[in-house]
Design a protein around this ligand. Structure first.
Ligand code: ZN
Length: 314
């Protein structure tokens, strides 16, 4: 049986264990919150139960994280625990390609200024917990940090050959997208995959502007694009991939239900989409579970979901 046959069979039989055996990608995962909760429970005795109900804003989410996770994953030790939990989750869910990385500010603030040690910790964790997972190593930018600081902090990252991608996240409205051009020009020179979070809270025009200004290859979320045929056509024509996290969108009240998720409209308009986890500890989902939920609610056929699974592995 091929992977595709097994995947389609797993969906039709509503069997998460079959889905877990099939290779998938997770291209939108914020590792400090992307880990396996049983792993963290075993290591620390702390049980983190995912969000029950809906959050209304990023502020709400930060409050939830403070109340429910607290300092468990903070500091260098906490960060390493989160990383190990993330690779453990990838191994259990057969994630063949995992795009994660570290905030550029964390090199000094968490890893004592030692970038090589930080890089080694990522590879060591992968070797220990998920040796079959390919790490697509990401350079992370928080949108509220000043451009001057981001340029200074990222300098050393750009000199390393191990990084594959760059991403911009946190408050989507913190500052205009144009501000980040110098960082994305550098990343383009380094031939990194250019990604940014946009169109989760913002508009279809925000998605288009970000793709044009930063010359993005991929958009994290980008679901607001479904509000504009012009923007969807633009994304489809330029083969811009949207790395979407359906459960996150529902639990953060971006979408009222999975059944009404705009991923269907984006797919029908020829936009390349993938399905990802975002923050598994907060939203309580694995990538396999995301696929199963989208099938169970009738949004996609099993064959369509297999095509989407393969989009992530290209
Ligand atoms: Zn995200």
């Amino acid at each position: 049986m091929t992977d595709s046959q097994r995947f389609i069979e797993g969906l039709k039989q509503n069997d998460i264990n079959i889905l877990k055996t099939v290779p998938k990608a997770d291209l939108h995962n914020h590792y400090p919150l992307g880990g396996n909760k049983e792993f963290i429970h075993k290591q620390t005795g702390k049980l983190i139960n995912p969000v029950n109900g809906k959050l209304l804003s990023m502020g709400d989410m930060h409050k939830w994280v403070n109340e429910n996770i607290g300092d468990t994953l903070q500091g260098k030790e906490g960060r390493i625990l989160a990383l190990d939990a993330c690779f453990q989750q990838a191994a259990e869910d057969n994630i063949a390609v995992l795009d994660i990385g570290e905030d550029v500010w964390a090199k000094d603030a968490i890893f004592g200024g030692n970038l090589h040690e930080m890089i080694k910790l990522f590879y060591k964790s992968r070797e220990t917990y998920a040796p079959r997972t390919k790490l697509s190593f990401q350079i992370g930018l928080s949108r509220h940090c000043s451009i001057k600081s981001l340029l200074k902090w990222s300098e050393e990252f750009f000199e390393e050959d191990c990084f594959n991608s760059i991403d911009l996240y946190a408050d989507e409205f913190a500052q205009p997208i144009e501000n980040f051009k110098p960082l994305y020009r550098k990343a383009k020179e380094k031939k990194l995959i250019l990604k940014a979070h946009v169109g989760e809270w913002g508009t279809a025009d925000d998605v288009m502007r970000a793709v044009e200004e930063l010359e993005l290859d991929e958009v994290q979320h980008g679901i607001a694009a479904a509000q504009s045929h012009r923007v969807m056509n633009f994304l489809a024509d330029h083969k811009i991939r949207l790395n979407i996290c359906p459960t996150s969108n529902v639990k953060l009240s971006r979408v009222d239900s999975l059944k009404n998720h705009p991923i269907r409209k984006l797919y029908d308009n020829g936009v390349i989409v993938t399905i990802n986890s975002d923050d598994a500890l907060v939203f309580g989902n694995s990538v396999s579970q995301e696929f199963l939920d989208l099938y169970s609610c009738g949004l996609f056929t099993a064959e369509e979901l297999d095509e989407i699974r393969l989009n992530g592995l290209k």
